[in-house]
Design a binder for this molecule. Structure first.
Ligand code: UDP
Length: 396
């Protein structure tokens, strides 16, 4: 299976991966996160864990437990860390601590290296023994709400190293070695591999989308950070000029309890706007995601806050011009004017939507450059190689 990546990245790159994994033979690794399905972290772990095992590194994945109350608190943490504001008190911190205790009795910690993904399970480090602990932060922590960051920092200080997705997320106020590893996509997965135009059209039609008219797509959880209302506003602006359609495809994630409210808000914003399809599909609708990204004329990821935004690389890999929010890890992927367009407002998004839909040649050129940028930087083999390097450096 792993050999199949050679066709995409070349023998040399694959060889480098084998050489590093040789050094880690016999090392056991555990990944811990807070959801099995939905969102970028689960997407990555689903692909990464089997490949690590294939490379001979014994790797397991555990998902922590929690109730609604816990996930509401951690979602508030998430928002407070990314937005710089929040409203949390000691009761919230106590709920967080209670679930760290519960999970620490259930998650087996008998491994050489433990990767803890994001804030939800970060407190497990209290049970640190002889293992090496790596905090893998997938969100924007460049401007956190101080009370939440200070609370979390007490745990993070105990880690042996940490990883952020973009250099702009590095922290100068903690004394833990920090690495920058942008996330990546799996080109061989059902979500990203080539599919026939027949399949694309069949899926578009199944959801009442006309394959003969321009289609704008955004694939995102219904989360205010993904700016679903901004997407609707941008589309309304486009609609005044071009008879396009919009698909906003979102799926629930068990660690994101706000999805329903935000879906309702988006529905309201889209009231009376023709050709808007707001779709709620199960989180494993990979073929549908693939088809809506490939079937799109232009893909949007109009986030206001973003850790990395795997959906950007997913669409770029499919040769699409992406209009993305100028935030977090999106500018690593979209080099403005070369591999896509960065925007700060819905009006700017409308501008580039019209521009791209009216200029086939530019759209195609950007799509070609976008795909090469992803091939060189954002495929899972590169991320894996970086992780293995981080393990080696952390183990010393
Ligand atoms: N995703 C999906 N179905 C949806 C919405 C999102 O499969 O309806 C996937 C998307 O294709 C991507 C991941 O969930 O692989 C989202 O990762 P990203 O980094 O873009 O955002 P996050 O949800 O982690 O903030």
């Amino acid at each position: 299976m792993i050999e199949k990546y050679a066709e995409i990245i070349g023998e040399n790159e694959l060889d480098a991966l084998f050489k590093i994994s040789e050094k880690l033979k016999g090392v056991s690794v555990l990944h811990v996160n807070s959801t099995q399905k939905g969102g970028g972290v689960a997407e990555i772990l689903n692909k990464l864990v089997p490949i690590m095992n294939e490379l001979g590194i014994k790797t397991d994945w555990k998902v922590i437990r929690g109730d609604n109350e816990f996930f509401s608190v951690t979602k508030s943490f998430h928002n407070a860390l990314q937005n710089g504001k929040g409203n949390l008190d000691n009761d919230n911190f106590a709920i967080y601590k209670k679930w760290q205790e519960i999970n620490s009795t259930e998650v087996p910690l008998d491994y050489d290296v433990i990767f803890v993904h994001d804030p939800q399970p970060a407190g497990l480090v209290e049970k640190k023994g002889k293992q090496k602990w790596i905090w893998r932060c997938h969100i924007d922590i460049s401007n956190p709400y101080p009370p939440v960051w200070d609370f979390l920092k007490n745990y993070i200080q105990k880690y042996d190293s940490m990883i952020v997705s973009s250099p702009v997320f590095g922290r100068s106020d903690i004394n833990v070695p920090q690495f920058v590893v942008p996330p990546a996509i799996d080109p061989l997965s059902v979500k990203n591999r080539e599919i026939s135009s027949f399949t694309i059209e069949r899926i578009l039609r199944k959801f009442d989308v006309d394959p003969g008219r321009p289609l704008i797509t955004q694939i995102s959880r219904f989360d205010r950070a993904k700016d679903p209302q901004g997407v609707i506003t941008a589309f309304k602006g486009l609609k005044k000029h071009i008879d396009a359609q919009l698909v906003y495809l979102g799926s629930p994630a068990s660690d994101d309890p706000e999805g329903e409210i935000v879906y309702e808000e988006t529905l309201k914003a889209a009231e009376g706007v023709k050709d808007v399809h707001l779709l709620l599909l199960p989180p494993d609708s990979d073929l549908e995601v693939n088809a809506f990204q490939r079937g799109a004329s232009v893909v949007m990821q109009k986030s206001i806050k973003e850790g990395f935004g795997l959906t950007v690389s997913e669409a770029m890999w499919k040769g699409k011009a992406v209009i993305g929010g100028n935030t977090g890890g999106i500018p690593l992927q979209i080099l403005h004017g070369y591999t896509g367009y960065l925007v700060n407002t819905p009006e700017e998004a409308t501008h580039y939507l019209i521009y791209l839909l009216r200029n086939d040649e530019i759209r195609e050129r950007i799509g070609r450059l976008a795909k090469e940028h992803v091939r060189n930087n954002f495929l899972i083999t590169r991320e894996l190689r970086d992780y293995l390097m981080v393990i080696l450096l952390t183990m010393g």
